[in-house]
Write a protein that binds this ligand. Structure first.
Ligand SMILES: Cc1cc2nc3c(=O)[nH]c(=O)nc-3n(C[C@H](O)[C@H](O)[C@H](O)COP(=O)(O)OP(=O)(O)OC[C@H]3O[C@@H](n4cnc5c(N)ncnc54)[C@H](O)[C@@H]3O)c2cc1C
Length: 558
């Protein structure tokens, strides 16, 4: 049989030339074009890490961007049994997922802050690394966040810490299904949410029974309704012991066998999720799984609290990163696309939209980096610890909430191209709501702010000390803070009003950070646009006096 040869090109059928289509953004340098990030790194005391962060920015805008597409197009697959029918409870990932994990861990997304713990600013540097990684792929950020955030929990179990922490903070990633102790690097997941309650973890029904007289080894029977990254080497989980909710370290392989038999963690299925496709989130049952007690029996929530605080910080980083990536795509596209004879970024109304997005993006990142500095200084400075306590809840609420409409607006800047899967925008859009739901949804954050103000008065002092830092720098901010004081002093119906209050706190804190840039472009324009009574909720509504082009240029030099 002969193969038909292709028809010769016939000029009569040349329908059109492709014109007016922007070049792809990637490969690009995600750090070099990000002046606001570079300034924040300096401002929050991590200028010493600029080279390490810059190196990773070059990778995240190039190799990691490509890997992000592959890891999300080829979703993880659940393998309950092997080909002989033996139960294995494995999840198979595309090689791009493993390479992303390897890159992130090697460059410090999990361990940098802990390996440099004695140097002030280490958590700020690590926040910048995470911010860059998250722009290329969000799914791998989930296990990396949990691994990073697990470290303080081990302080409650010195014997476990001695064995596990060197592997958890290492720069090695080992994707093999092997017992943790046979690998040089480990990842950690967390299991709190059950079917009957996620916000209210006190309703956990998973039971824990001691296995021996030492009081350290337990057997777990129960389930978890959301259990992300089930291929982690171990998990910090909550379960009911005799004295109440307790925290346990649950390894994927049994601790007391040389060969490493699988622990009795049965994966029921993987969640079919709106987004977050490169990451596997599962439902699991524990059929007598063996785990170590961490901290005191009955003090599980207090024990895992620091992990929760750090994962909430990472929700802020993740949402800021999504906003940044969406902004960068929008600015790039509008620089290259023309309509009605002019580039889109020269059209006055488009300039207003882009500048408005640029302000929100920088404000989100700047507050996030400020919180990272407070986390960093918490061990040394009680005021910073109090600020981290309250600003994490405020920022988690406000920034994660802002993310979905932000990404949608950026999508619109690309027109139809922004709705098409080949651009990154649909992926960013699907991912955008996750951080506001995960790890304490919006209402839970607002109630947490109220709880902090009531039970830990030092958090209110820390909040207002932050405003006092720039007192007199902007009259709108001064008036905003005065209004906030007035609103807080009125304790009537405070729970119903708490979203409004937390929004006010967040906007005020973001204004402080932008004023601290000493760049009037960002600070004064943010105050003019965000602090007032009759402001529109839509983007593209900045006052006409704003220097739009300069704000857009500041946002992304690419
Ligand atoms: C992709 C994904 C991955 C996840 N991975 C994990 C994981 O690895 N480990 C894990 O433990 N969990 C995980 N979760 C679960 C997540 O943390 C929970 O879904 C979340 O904490 C909310 O719990 P819930 O779903 O039970 O909702 P509910 O607790 O039922 O809350 C529903 C709504 O009610 C609101 N609400 C609750 N109480 C109050 C109140 N007193 N006043 C006003 N409003 C209230 C909440 O804010 C929320 O909006 C994951 C979730 C997702 C989507």
């Amino acid at each position: 049989m002969t193969t038909p040869s292709p028809a010769p090109f016939d000029a009569r059928f040349a329908t059109h030339e492709v014109t007016n289509q922007p070049p792809p953004l990637a490969p690009y340098d995600a750090y070099a074009g990000d002046v606001p990030l570079q300034q924040a790194l300096q401002r929050e005391g991590a200028g010493w890490s600029a080279q390490a962060v810059a190196e990773y920015g070059a990778i995240t805008g190039r190799e990691a961007m490509e890997l992000g597409f592959a890891a999300n197009e080829n979703r993880p697959r659940f393998k309950p049994v092997d080909r002989f029918g033996n139960r294995i409870d494995e999840v198979e990932f595309h090689p791009a997922y493993h390479r992303l994990m390897q890159l992130g861990i090697a460059h410090g997304v999990t361990g940098f802050a802990w390996r440099h713990e004695r140097t002030a600013g280490a958590h700020v540097a690590r926040a910048a690394l995470m911010y860059l990684h998250c722009q290329a792929d969000q799914g791998t950020c989930c296990p990396m966040t949990m691994t990073y955030a697990s470290v303080p929990v081990f302080r409650h179990a010195p014997a476990l810490a001695g064995e596990w922490l060197p592997r958890i903070i290492s720069s090695e990633y080992d994707s093999r299904s092997l017992p943790a102790w046979k690998k040089s690097g480990n990842t950690i997941g967390m299991g709190m949410t059950e079917k009957q309650g996620g916000s209210d973890v006190r309703s956990n029904t998973t039971r824990a029974w001691p296995l021996d007289a030492t009081g350290t080894l337990y057997e777990l029977v129960g389930h978890k309704w959301f259990f992300s990254a089930p291929m982690c080497d171990a998990f910090l989980v909550l379960a009911q012991a005799e004295k109440g909710i307790s925290c346990f370290l649950l390894p994927r392989f049994l601790p007391d066998t040389a060969t490493g038999a699988r622990n009795a963690i049965r994966i029921q299925r993987l969640k079919d999720k709106l987004g977050d496709w490169s990451n596997a989130s599962s439902e699991v049952e524990f059929h007598g799984a063996v785990a170590w007690l961490v901290g005191e029996e009955g003090r599980g929530i207090a024990t895992i609290l620091e992990m929760v605080a750090l994962t909430r910080q990472d929700c802020m980083i993740g949402s800021s990163a999504l906003m940044r990536q969406a902004l960068v795509q929008a600015v790039h596209h509008t620089r290259h696309r023309k309509a009605f004879g002019k580039y889109l970024n020269e059209q006055p109304l488009m300039q207003n939209v882009l500048a408005d997005l640029a302000l929100d993006s920088e404000a989100a990142m700047a507050l996030t980096m400020r919180v990272a500095r407070a986390v960093d200084a918490s061990q040394r400075d009680a005021g910073e610890a109090a600020f981290a306590r309250i600003a994490t809840a405020i920022g988690k609420y406000a920034i994660c909430k802002r993310c979905p409409p932000f990404v949608n607006e950026a999508q619109e800047c690309l027109g139809g191209a922004g709705y098409v899967e080949e651009s990154i925008l649909p992926r960013l859009y699907r991912q955008a709501p996750l951080n506001s739901i995960w790890e304490g949804s919006g209402n839970i954050q607002c109630l947490d702010v109220l709880r902090a103000l009531k039970r830990e008065p030092e958090t209110r002092d820390a909040l207002f000390a932050e405003f006092a830092m720039v007192k007199g720098a902007n009259r709108r901010l001064d008036a905003h803070v005065a209004r906030l004081v007035h609103e807080l002093d009125d304790t009537g119906n405070i729970e119903q009003r708490s979203r409004t209050l937390v929004d006010m706190m967040a906007t005020g804190l973001q204004a402080v950070q932008l004023l601290r840039t000493h760049d009037t472009l960002a600070g004064d324009n943010f105050c003019a646009a965000r602090l007032g009574e009759t402001l529109s909720r839509n983007y593209g509504t900045l006052p006409a006096s704003v220097p739009f082009a300069a704000l857009i240029e500041r946002a992304f030099q690419g």
